[in-house]
Design a protein around this ligand. Structure first.
Ligand code: CP
Length: 303
């Protein structure tokens, strides 16, 4: 069956647990053990927006599993620059590859692409919409570095435009996590998402103060203020630097706290925090490889 990966809302808790378990099996291959599981398969990567981790961890995952990758390259050097539509681009690339990874600035673009595709489409981020593969690696990080049991987590920063926190909040509600949403009032989680979460029985509270929550949580999930999504640059300037995780703030932290961040960071985590026992964000970026291996194997029906 053609299985697209578009939103966390398309997954059940059981399916997520299976993917996380599969990712654990793939960890030795992510660290360099040989595999030919996807030998003969081709993955196409189409990034209409910048990326470092998502693009390169998908590429690493595919290559370490023995598969090959073709990349659209920069938008300026492809026929997108001549005005080719996303629908036509997807139809054509489906003739060349066994799955397509797509990042696009327009919310809903991945869902639309899936409608035109004869191979699985994997959403690598659609505007301020969703980023499900990031969420799966975030969940994997929590499983490996913390625990879902009685999990108390604070999502911090730009909860309005940050697609990683939208996807993650949906998933965390399936794990009955106690969520605190920490953001400036102007960057609160969209009402429609909060309503959905409450309908699912999620425990959420909102605050503007990180000091208020830092001593209460097991996970601080910190996000960047999404400069590129602000219609007015002056509004971004007002929000920039709203939160900064520092050694001083962490003096109140629980012993078992872990700090996560989807990266890239700008200035929301002091680099001195990297050397503390709390930092997990670079480990988190590694976990993208085994998780994306599990997703590719599933999409290409190899596992
Ligand atoms: N976390 C994340 O999506 O990073 P990139 O934008 O570098 O892919």
């Amino acid at each position: 069956m053609l299985r697209h990966i578009i939103s966390m809302r398309d997954f059940s808790r059981d399916e997520i647990d299976i993917i996380l378990a599969k990712a654990k099996e793939f960890e030795p291959i992510a660290r360099g053990k040989e595999s030919n599981l996807l030998s003969g398969k081709i993955l196409a990567t189409l990034f209409y927006e910048p990326s470092t981790r998502t693009r390169l961890s998908f590429e690493t995952a595919m290559k370490r599993l023995g598969g090959k990758v073709i990349d659209l390259g920069s938008i300026e050097s492809s026929s997108v620059a001549k005005g080719e539509s996303l629908a036509d681009t997807i139809r054509v690339i489906g003739n060349y590859a066994d799955a397509i990874v797509l990042r696009h600035p327009r919310e809903g673009a991945a869902r639309m692409a899936a409608d035109y595709s004869n191979v699985p489409v994997i959403n690598a981020g659609d505007g301020a919409g969703h980023h499900p593969t990031q969420t799966l690696l975030d969940l994997y990080t929590i499983m490996r570095e913390s625990s879902f049991s009685g999990l108390r987590i604070a999502l911090v920063g730009d909860l309005k435009y940050g697609r990683t926190v939208h996807s993650l909040a949906y998933a965390l509600s399936m794990y009955h996590a106690d969520m605190t949403l920490v953001s400036p009032r102007q960057l609160q989680m969209p009402e429609v998402i909060k309503k959905d979460l409450k309908k699912q029985g999620a425990s959420i509270r909102e605050t503007t103060s990180i000091e208020e929550v830092v001593s209460d949580v097991d996970v601080l999930y910190v996000t960047r203020i999404q400069k590129e999504r602000f219609p007015d640059p002056a509004e971004y300037q007002k929000m920039a630097g709203s939160y900064r995780i520092t050694g001083e703030l962490l003096e109140k932290a629980r012993d078992n706290l872990i700090i996560m961040h989807p990266l890239p960071r700008v200035d929301e985590i002091d680099p001195a925090v990297d050397r503390t026992k709390y930092a997990r964000y670079f480990q988190q970026s590694f976990y993208g490889v085994p998780v994306r291996m599990a997703l590719l194997a599933m999409a290409m029906e190899a596992a």
